[in-house]
Unconditional design. Structure first.
Length: 121
């Protein structure tokens, strides 16, 4: 009985022990600025998938929109939080526009894309 009580007491102290390494949590599809810069109006879905990888969210009810999300949650002070999102839109089987991280508001992709509020409907 004394052993069980001693081990229970040690278990509650584990959170206070210094941890040398805590890996950050990475979620989603990595979105690089160079890949987004290569997107062009008129690309096929397979070309977009080749550049950006599989979409994080591919809504079966909205086949004309793919969403890419990439998040890094830091577990130590050495790593900064990262949040990137890109939405690509297709019309008649080709890329018609995109919005999100690394896409300048003056680019042809941004101007051809529907607003994200309208696309969510």
């Amino acid at each position: 009985m004394a052993l069980i009580i001693a081990l229970t007491g040690c278990a509650s102290q584990v959170e206070r022990l210094p941890i040398l390494y805590k890996p950050e949590i990475r979620q989603g599809t990595l979105i690089s600025e160079s890949a987004v810069a290569q997107l062009e109006v008129g690309m096929t879905p397979s070309q977009v998938r080749f550049l950006l990888g599989p979409p994080s969210i591919e809504d079966p009810f909205s086949e004309n929109r793919w969403d890419y999300i990439y998040e890094v949650e830091p577990r130590s002070a050495d790593v900064e939080a990262v949040s990137r999102r890109v939405s690509v839109f297709f019309e008649n089987g080709v890329l018609s526009g995109a919005r999100g991280s690394f896409i300048d508001a003056s680019s042809a992709l941004h101007q051809a894309a529907p607003s994200l509020d309208a696309a969510a409907r």
